[in-house]
Design a protein around this ligand. Structure first.
Ligand SMILES: O=C(O)CCC(=O)C(=O)O
Length: 341
């Protein structure tokens, strides 16, 4: 596997100026120790970034790209794995390549050793430090020129079911430390290089998003911002997708101009999630994610028994209808596009 496959294609300086996009405020941050001492009632109503929230998990110290590659190889996992080809949330979902996974992980391990550019990102490190000096709630815009400087990586192992294949990896997760009470959880692993983009969407359960390696930037929007975010008809099992493609905001066209005008009215929350952090994403919170470095992440969706019976049953019914070709067939993230949408 060549490095070309994991490296995002750098683009020339764009001719047009970057759009302003939505306005943002910084996410509320708390350390893991402060959170435990605070006695705050879970679930929280707004997104919360818990610094060091998973540093006490064995996965934080053990899970490197090399470690995961070794596990795949030692267990004879030579069978190719299904990758995503970048954004699946917006536009037409294309076929997904099957490739051997261990060489990919080793490539990511090598890329992770290179120091990341501190200037890169929707907010550079220096600007973030400046914003942190301002009073809480101060609004700012993101540097959309960053999104214009690369084409999202074409190979991303998003929502890989590695925890089903290698069940011993579950011993490295202390999920109960984040999810108190009676809750069923579903875990999804995301492994990918710098410059992966997960498009704007919201999920129906609450999510504890855990970062073990690398840095990711999150744009988050409360459910009351939906009117500005163009919910799409495209079908996904547990998510509502947006028509707004954050990696192509700057492109011309009447449709894009309308989307941009509406996106500029939205008020969002920005989070920079670093290795060891846990981010709480309340249910139905819109989010889009851009990686700044090769990353190993875990999304943990949690539902109470009541939520499983209500929301889960509804999602399952919709899914049956979809697979019976009765509901949004030909416009979904789970099948290759049959017609142009
Ligand atoms: O890390 C990513 O690229 C996407 C994560 C995400 O969207 C989620 O956990 O719901």
């Amino acid at each position: 596997m060549t490095a070309m496959l994991i490296e995002a294609q750098k683009l020339a300086e764009p001719a047009s100026p970057a759009p302003a996009g939505a306005s943002f405020e910084l996410i509320e941050e708390i350390t893991w120790d402060e959170l435990r001492r605070s006695g705050r009632q879970f679930p929280f109503e707004r997104p919360l970034l818990v610094k060091g929230g998973v540093k006490h998990w064995p996965a934080f110290s053990k899970w490197s790209f090399e470690h995961l590659a070794d596990i795949c190889e030692s267990q004879g996992a030579q069978a190719p794995v299904k990758f995503t080809d970048g954004l699946v949330e917006q536009g037409v979902t294309k076929g997904r390549p099957f490739l051997p996974v261990a060489p990919y992980l080793r490539e990511l391990g090598k890329a992770a050793q290179k120091a990341a550019d501190p200037e890169a990102g929707l907010i550079s490190r220096a600007r973030l430090a400046q914003i942190r000096q301002q009073p809480a709630g101060q609004r700012f815009h993101l540097n959309w020129a960053h999104m214009q400087s690369f084409r999202p990586t074409t190979l991303y192992l998003a929502q890989w079911d590695i925890l089903e294949k290698y069940r011993q990896l579950r011993l490295d997760l202390l999920i109960k430390s984040l999810w108190p009470g009676l809750r069923m959880t579903w875990e999804y692993v995301f492994l990918g290089p710098a410059n992966t983009v997960t498009g704007l969407h919201n999920d129906f359960p609450h999510n504890w998003f855990c970062q073990f390696r690398g840095v990711k930037e999150f744009m988050l929007f409360a459910p009351d911002q939906s009117a500005h975010l163009h919910p799409a008809r495209k079908y996904d099992w547990g998510a509502t997708l947006s028509e707004i493609n954050v990696s192509r905001l700057h492109e011309d066209g009447e449709q894009r101009a309308n989307q941009l005008a509406s996106f500029e009215k939205a008020s969002g929350i920005y989070a920079r999630v670093e290795a060891g952090d846990a981010l709480f994403i309340p249910k139905r919170t819109w989010h889009s994610v851009v990686s700044l470095e090769p990353s190993i992440s875990l999304g943990v969706f949690g539902l109470t028994p009541y939520e499983v019976a209500s929301g889960g049953a509804w999602a399952t019914l919709r899914d049956w209808a979809h697979h019976l070709r009765l509901f949004r067939w030909g416009n979904c993230t789970c099948h290759q596009a049959l017609k142009k949408v």
